[in-house]
Design a protein around this ligand. Structure first.
Ligand code: BGC
Length: 725
């Protein structure tokens, strides 16, 4: 036998094996050789695991999705793995991999290069396991801070989300692995996620959720887009012609393929004609929509044969372009766990946000004598989020006696990076005691005798389940209040899936948001606590004072709805009216309503100080650029993230983030920064003319440390124009 595998032997003999040909042409050659049944076989995928009595499909790798490919034509299987924070198959727990910090932590870095590195790291692991598709690229806006999946997403701003999600996708795909961008679109809550209609006007959607996807698409060029479970304006995302055909493939000229979410294909003709290219998780769909029913629809002329050809062409072209046919991934590739964990740690260090630091209580001196560490499993590791994105790390802890999660059947998992041990390493001379915090009276008593208390508070969030409120669960507010009353040197470290309320805030001197901090989160947290790392994370999401300030103060009881695909629906489909806030998600809503946030979007403290010089605006080829100097006026090295905001004339829109730049500065050092403004951020989407329209007038550009605080500003004149591609 001359060739390593029969598949390779065959491809070398096919016309589409010629790597010199463009992917389009290779895909066309392949398509011409396919039978109708072979085409149909490529447009639906099933679980790559045993499922409801069916054995694992031959050749599948125990993962979320599998398609056998076309062996006769030397097309390898599609091996799809979750998800955006690392390789995982939570339903089988067969895979142990390196976890990145949560999406919000990645968003908080405001650092696309780091996001790209993180993406490349998880992409390299996917490839080493033998996967060629990563179900990553979560880019839904955190429209509701209680959304159970916010920890998979980047934040509330479309520019930040698009840039950072795009960078992650780019990183993943740099490893020859295809990535999705998901969940398209306005899939902004989990309660009733399979029976929810997201109601939103076109202009509002274009300027918020859709803009995030548009930018992520431009930056990341994902090979595939995954639609959401929800309806948008009355039609399921997977069969929504406006979303898929008009916007994604039409206006944005998307040339990859569109797959449904798992068990979210509800029809054959409607879905095919709306532009869906592949049915995913077909095992959940009752019957397979894109198999025999699609064949019948084509033979009866209800779906043009050319539509099926287009589906196959898109998948094949992506596979050729990504290299996954020419250089297939094989399981058993080398993984440098230490190196990969250090990438995760770099993200965690940048993403931790220092929220409060009265009288410079942090960083903690290494000379402390008695430290008390309190918190659930803070002796073992750092919390992670649940659901299909749950990475199972090596040696992860399942809470003893904790029932498996109700919605995904999963336990609560901690990445084994112990904050307690990391604190011991940072302060080797100190006596460090540990309590799990279950007994608040005992915790308060022990707190009396400590020089400093470091209290870890957590909020476990999950796919398929929204938080019932923004309060920390499990009486932790009471624990914090009791400990803070006993010891005024109490530092609170939050490990949350999103914003929480802080009724004890005025009683503690320091608070740090560590999110879910990934494979080396404990080390990253201790490094920030003791000043080995100067905090530089910025909030990618507003922290409200209370739920009453939100566009929807109360949420529907999750128990009265179905959240899992493939289950009988409880009650009626229902809608959520996102026109309440429309495009004004997060900080924009807080502007509109005048509510002061607890901590605004973009906010984050440092152990040094920065100052920003006057801002000037220049305009070239219709692109405005803001230029200013940033100086480190404090005594430590640090990273500043000055943010450029635009205010419009005559209330055309509320303040918008228009760009930012991270700058690393030594004490006394000054750097000049230029930030170009995407013209869409000066524009409104004109639904009649079907394009972005910039209105004439004087716009204000300001450079601020966050969306609310003041900073240098200037105005500049803009002339009227339409932005057409
Ligand atoms: C989730 C997707 C995920 C898929 C496969 C769905 O329930 O919404 O994000 O990629 O399952 O596990």
């Amino acid at each position: 036998m001359l060739f390593a595998s029969p598949l390779q032997a065959e491809i070398s003999q096919t016309p589409w094996s010629d790597r010199a040909l463009p992917p389009d042409q290779r895909a066309r050659l392949l398509l011409a050789a396919m039978t109708l049944d072979e085409k149909l076989a490529l447009v639906h995928t099933r679980f790559g695991t045993p499922f409801r009595g069916h054995p694992k499909p031959d050749g599948a790798m125990n993962s979320a999705g599998f398609n056998p490919g076309i062996p006769r034509l030397a097309i390898p299987p599609l091996q799809e793995t979750d998800a955006g924070l690392g390789v995982t198959n939570p339903t089988s727990a067969a895979v142990n991999a390196t976890a990145l910090p949560s999406g919000l932590a990645i968003g908080a870095t405001f650092d696309p290069d780091l996001a790209r590195r993180g993406g490349a790291m998880i992409g390299s692991e996917a490839r080493a396991f033998g996967f060629n598709i990563m179900l990553a690229g979560g880019a839904d806006l955190t429209r509701d801070p209680r959304n159970g999946r916010n920890f998979e997403y980047i934040g509330e701003d479309p520019l930040l989300t698009g840039v950072m999600a795009g960078a992650m996708i780019d990183g993943i795909q740099s490893q020859g692995v295809m990535s999705t961008l998901k969940h398209f679109a306005v899939n902004d809550q989990e309660t009733g996620r399979v029976m929810l209609d997201s109601v939103i006007g076109e202009q509002a959607a274009r300027e918020s959720d859709l803009l995030a996807f548009e930018i992520a698409l431009e930056q990341g060029k994902p090979r595939a887009v995954m639609t959401g479970y929800n309806k948008i304006n009355g039609q399921f995302a997977s069969e929504n012609p406006f979303l898929i055909k008009d916007v994604l493939k039409g206006d944005w000229r998307y040339d990859g393929w569109v797959m449904s979410d798992w068990g979210a294909t509800h029809s054959t003709e409607n879905a095919a004609l709306a532009g869906l290219d592949q049915e995913s998780g077909e095992d959940l769909d009752g019957s397979i929509m894109f198999d025999a029913p699609l064949k019948n629809a084509i033979q009866a002329g209800r779906v043009p044969a050319a539509r099926l050809d287009d589906m196959v062409f898109r998948i094949a072209r992506a596979a050729f372009a990504s290299g996954s046919i020419d250089h297939p991934a094989h399981s058993g590739g080398a993984i440098d766990e230490a190196r990969n964990a250090s990438v995760s740690e770099a993200v965690a260090r940048r993403g931790i946000v220092l929220l409060k630091n009265d009288k410079g209580r942090l960083p903690l001196p290494r000379t402390l004598r008695r430290i008390l560490v309190i918190g659930e499993h803070a002796d073992f590791g750092v919390l992670s989020g649940g659901g299909s994105s749950q990475v199972v790390p090596i040696g992860a802890l399942r809470l003893p006696g904790d029932p498996p999660g109700k919605y995904y059947g999963q336990p609560k998992l901690y990445d084994p990076s112990s904050p307690l041990h990391a604190i011991l390493r940072e302060a080797p001379g100190a006596k460090v005691d540990f309590l799990d915090g279950h007994d608040s009276v005992a915790a308060a008593q022990a707190a009396h005798d400590a020089d400093v208390v470091v209290l870890f508070a957590e909020q476990w969030m999950n796919e398929a389940r929204d938080a019932p409120s923004l309060a920390l669960p499990l009486n932790q507010d009471r624990l914090i209040a009791a400990v803070a009353a006993a010891n005024p040197n109490t530092v609170v470290v939050l490990q949350t899936g999103g914003p929480v309320t802080m009724p004890w805030l005025s009683n503690v001197p320091a608070v740090m948001e560590a999110w879910y901090s990934g494979a080396r989160g404990g080390d990253a947290i201790a490094a920030v606590l003791f000043g080995a790392v100067n905090p530089s994370g910025r909030l990618p999401i507003t922290f409200p004072q209370t739920e009453t300030e939100l566009p929807r103060p109360a949420v529907r009881d999750p128990e009265s709805t179905t959240a899992n695909p493939g289950e009988p629906l409880k009650g009626e489909m229902f809608s959520v009216d996102y026109n309440v806030e429309g495009p004004d998600v997060g900080y924009k809503w807080f502007f509109r309503t005048g509510h002061p946030a607890l901590f605004p979007f973009g906010y984050g403290l440092s152990y040094t100080r920065f100052s920003t010089g006057a801002v000037t605006v220049t305009s070239r080829h219709g692109i405005a650029t803001a230029t200013f100097d940033v100086t480190n006026t404090g005594a430590r090295d640090g990273i500043d993230t000055p943010q450029v905001y635009i205010d419009s004339p005559a209330g055309l829109f509320t303040r918008r983030l228009a760009g930012w730049q991270s700058v690393a500065l030594r004490p006394g050092e000054k750097k000049r920064v230029s930030v170009a403004v995407d013209p869409r951020l000066l524009a409104r989407f004109d639904v009649k003319d079907h394009c972005w329209h910039v209105s004439k007038g004087r716009y204000t550009v300001s450079v601020r440390p966050d969306a609310v605080d003041t900073g240098p500003s200037t105005t500049f004149q803009v002339s009227e124009r339409d932005l057409r591609p």
